[in-house]
Design a protein. Sequence first.
Length: 153
Amino acid sequence: MGSDVHQTDQFKLIQTVMKKLTAQNQTIAFATDFLTKFATDSIDCESSFAGFLVAPTDDAKNALFDIPYQILNANGSQSEETTIWMARQTKAFLRTTYAVAITRNLKQHTFWIAVVDQADREQSCSVPFYRTQNAEDKVFNKGFELIRQNFEK
């Protein structure tokens, strides 16, 4: 039962943010370094959803997001700096109002999440995980929470 309540809360959060984006004629795109179906199951039919980019390797991040290898090597391909870069490039490339980027570091059991908003302000944070189950749900929810907070500013 707790899982059903959690899923309902997730769905409500996602739908609230997506409806607000649509009402304001704004768009959102996502970038990750892993494949997931969590977010796209909930948002792929929304008019505010602009796209989902996946770059699982350093070479893909360099090619898709133009992240220099010096940044990737110095900071790590799943670092805060790399994640912010991915969010900025996604927003610029797809010309969206918001961009959310997420990288997953399995060795450190941490996700980095970065959001770039309509004023090009960035927010980032790390989200630890101890099991892979439901970890993706948790990190995508955090992205939607950051955007919802932005509406309240």
